[in-house]
Design a protein around this ligand. Structure first.
Ligand code: FES
Ligand SMILES: [Fe+2]
Length: 415
């Protein structure tokens, strides 16, 4: 459990809060490329870390992310005219470029140089793998965006999905480091009662790494066999989870890199960047989004009690909540805690060991930042920023074997 104060520290993400300032030191996802699909298309509203923004794509295809309210007298730029390499406010025609420069103030006298003295809040953007990342921290502290596996893949090998979560980001990402819940919440086959007995209570480990930490779970399976899974937590709020036990690291396996991007203290976007060695077909793409509506909200959500079937809960699955993606069941577990759960009311057991380690790691990162040190995984040297081999690991091995030794060899930053 956390004290009330620690809980506040870890969950508040607005400007001026500790966690908010930590998050602002990293590149984080702001939206999907498809939300602003073409030059001069309509701008969209974006809310990130409690800040209201407008994203637009200019005539040259460059992406801008501006503070929503016009620097003149605050009209929303969402309603603006996206034209000739700039976004123009509809109230008095002030025009901004993607960098926040004020290009025109047409209601001012022709000889006025007022616009030269002004700069609108604009955050830098990088677009890759169908996603747009931004950096909202101090200009002089802007780090490199680390190189992850997905940066080296072709466009047809990546397929990002985003879904809306009606609770604080920490509740969401803690689920990625809670290995034991998979045996319960995601048990979609009650007939397999053996499974619960076998792997409901794994042995857990956690270790700090240069990119954050990794959680390790080890289950006894079969006769004299262990099943090992590792999950990297990547600063500030990203993860890679190993996927279902049935899938192996085959050529065709779909892997997911997960980004938890706080909209504000009470809501979160979960971006899942699906990756595959062979190209995704149109059918794959549709299926990977079949659980999300066109506004990126889950079809099974709190408003409809996640379409839980009590009949299926008796006969078929542990939850009675069908899931194309496990995030649908996770959503019920984490949203139903309330928007920001008061962790001083928890009763943590052995199964929460990796979550305790994760909170400690984040609190340590905040302490380091307060002391003027750089938090983990802030990268400035391109030679040190290659994390393209970072993976989650899973595998069945003979009991008693040294899984680190057997599974190593993937590279220095193996998950
Ligand atoms: S409020 Fe935007 S130009 Fe005046
Ligand atoms: Fe889960």
């Amino acid at each position: 459990m956390l004290s009330r104060e620690e809980n506040e520290i870890l969950t508040r993400v607005g400007a001026g809060t500790s966690m908010g300032e930590l998050m602002r030191r990293y590149w984080i996802p702001a939206l999907l490329s498809e939300e602003i699909p073409a030059p001069d298309c309509p701008p969209v509203r974006v809310r990130l870390l409690g800040k209201d923004l407008v994203a637009f794509r200019d005539s040259q295809g460059k992406v801008g992310l501006l503070s929503e309210h016009c620097a003149h007298r605050g009209t929303s730029l969402f309603y603006g005219r996206n034209e000739a390499c700039g976004l123009r406010c509809i109230y008095h025609g002030w025009k901004y470029d993607v960098d926040g420069n004020v290009l025109e103030t047409p209601a001012e006298p022709a000889q006025s140089d007022f616009k030269k003295k002004l700069r609108h809040i604009a955050y830098p953007c990088k677009e890759m793998a169908g996603m747009i990342f931004t950096y909202m921290g101090p200009e002089e502290k802007q780090p490199l965006l680390p190189r992850y596996e997905w940066q080296g893949l072709r466009q047809d090998q990546v397929w990002p999905v985003k879904s809306y979560l009606e609770c604080n980001y920490l509740q969401g990402i803690e689920g990625d480091f809670d290995s034991s819940h998979t045996s319960f919440l995601h048990n979609n086959n009650l007939q397999n009662a053996e499974r619960l007995k076998r792997d409901g209570a794994p042995t857990l480990e956690a270790e700090d790494t240069p990119y954050g930490m990794r959680a390790i779970s080890i289950r006894n399976v079969g006769t004299n066999q262990i099943y090992v899974r590792t999950s990297p937590y990547i600063m500030p709020s990203f993860s890679i989870v190993p996927g279902p036990p049935t899938a192996r690291f085959e050529e065709d396996d779909i892997r997911g890199f997960r980004f938890w991007a706080p909209i504000d203290d009470q809501t979160t976007w979960l971006y899942i960047l699906n990756m595959r060695n062979k190209p995704f077909s149109d059918e794959d793409r549709m299926s990977l989004r079949s659980w999300i509506a066109s506004d990126y909200r889950r079809i099974r959500n709190a408003g409809n009690n996640y379409l839980q079937s009590r009949e299926r809960q008796k006969s078929t699955s542990y939850t009675g909540i069908d899931a194309v993606n496990a995030a649908e069941q996770d959503g019920c577990a984490t949203e139903s805690m309330g928007a920001i759960f008061d962790r001083s009311n928890e009763h943590l057991g052995y199964s929460d060991k990796t979550i305790i380690a994760l909170r400690k790691m984040l609190l340590n990162a905040l302490t380091a930042m307060r002391e003027g040190k750089e938090p983990p995984h802030i990268l400035r040297d391109p030679d040190q920023s290659d994390f393209s081999r970072l993976r989650s690991i899973k595998g069945v091995l003979p009991a008693g074997s040294d899984w680190r030794k057997i599974m190593e060899g993937l590279g220095p930053n193996d998950g």
